[in-house]
Design a protein around this ligand. Structure first.
Ligand SMILES: Nc1ncnc2c1ncn2[C@@H]1O[C@H](COP(=O)(O)OP(=O)(O)O)[C@@H](O)[C@H]1O
Ligand SMILES: [Mg+2]
Length: 259
């Protein structure tokens, strides 16, 4: 059975793109068939995965109906990816017809059978692209920096998801909140415990036990345009993301594939 996931938070710089890439590569390493979709006009995921996006076979042309989804798919070592480019920035104006929330759902249906996981990186906004992602997926994972959580507009994000759930996709749910760029020295355990209690009460979702630590390795791997595991699998962040993936998979009740 295929699982569709959106990595979302309207705040920028909270590790959405890093988490999408790490989740995709990690699941690929474990033997799953993964498709990543870059839905951010800034195309950071496309860049980080070292995909050129100049030949016009991107998610923008797919959403416009100019090409089929399979024509936009590029293969990499651990996952397939549909890249983005800056043209997507006009989506809110261009995709304004009735049914605009369902464009992804309709255009991706034919390729779903080829994958175990389809994971969407979303832009730092709650516009039509993010709404398309929420309309399409089963699970939403919200990365956030623990130290900015309180001021991060999480209730606005939650309300937007609730609206999509009501009108466009009754199956969508927040799977959990992932604390990223975690620095034990600045965040104390009691604060995290308090935050976790507030979240589970008000948003009715879990905070993952796994937390992603802070390391300059992440920027180094991105500058070299390779995934974190290939760059430095022994780094804390690589280990943390693998622990997170195991936690996510055990939530799905999936058996690990041995490859
Ligand atoms: N665990 C981490 N440790 C250190 N730097 C990180 C970590 N995760 C992400 N970063 C850096 O933080 C910045 C924002 O991350 P990114 O994944 O692009 O966030 P978003 O997609 O939410 O805007 C990037 O420069 C990235 O290299
Ligand atoms: Mg990003």
């Amino acid at each position: 059975m295929i699982k569709k996931i959106a990595i979302a938070n309207q705040k920028g710089g909270v590790s959405k793109t890093t988490t999408t890439h790490a989740l995709g590569a990690g699941l690929g390493i474990k033997g799953y068939k993964v498709l990543l979709i870059d839905l951010d006009p800034q195309a950071n995921l496309t860049d980080n995965a070292d995909i050129d996006n100049y030949n016009n076979n991107t998610i923008y042309e797919v959403m416009k109906g100019d090409i089929k989804a399979d024509e936009a798919i590029r293969e990499t070592k651990y996952f397939d990816i549909i890249p983005s480019n800056l043209n997507l920035a006009s989506a809110d104006l261009e995709f304004a017809k009735t049914g605009k929330e369902y464009i992804l759902k309709e255009t991706l249906v034919e390729i779903e059978k080829n994958y175990d996981f389809i994971i969407l990186d979303t832009p730092p906004a709650l516009g039509i692209l993010t709404v398309n992602a929420f309309t399409y997926v089963d699970d939403i994972i919200i990365p956030t920096n623990a130290s900015i959580f309180a001021s991060s507009g999480i209730m606005q994000l939650f309300n937007s998801i609730e609206t999509v759930k009501k009108y466009c996709n009754p199956n969508v749910k927040i799977d959990g909140i992932l604390f990223t760029k975690f620095n034990k020295r600045t965040i104390i355990a009691s604060e995290i415990k308090e935050l976790t209690e507030i979240i589970s009460k008000e948003i009715k979702t879990k905070v993952y036990k796994a937390q992603i630590r802070n390391s300059v390795m992440v920027e180094e791997a991105q500058a070299n345009r390779i995934d974190i595991y290939s760059y430095d699998e022994k780094n804390n962040v690589s280990k943390d993301y693998m622990i997170f993936i195991d936690e996510y998979l055990s939530g799905l009740g999936k058996e690990k594939i041995n490859v």
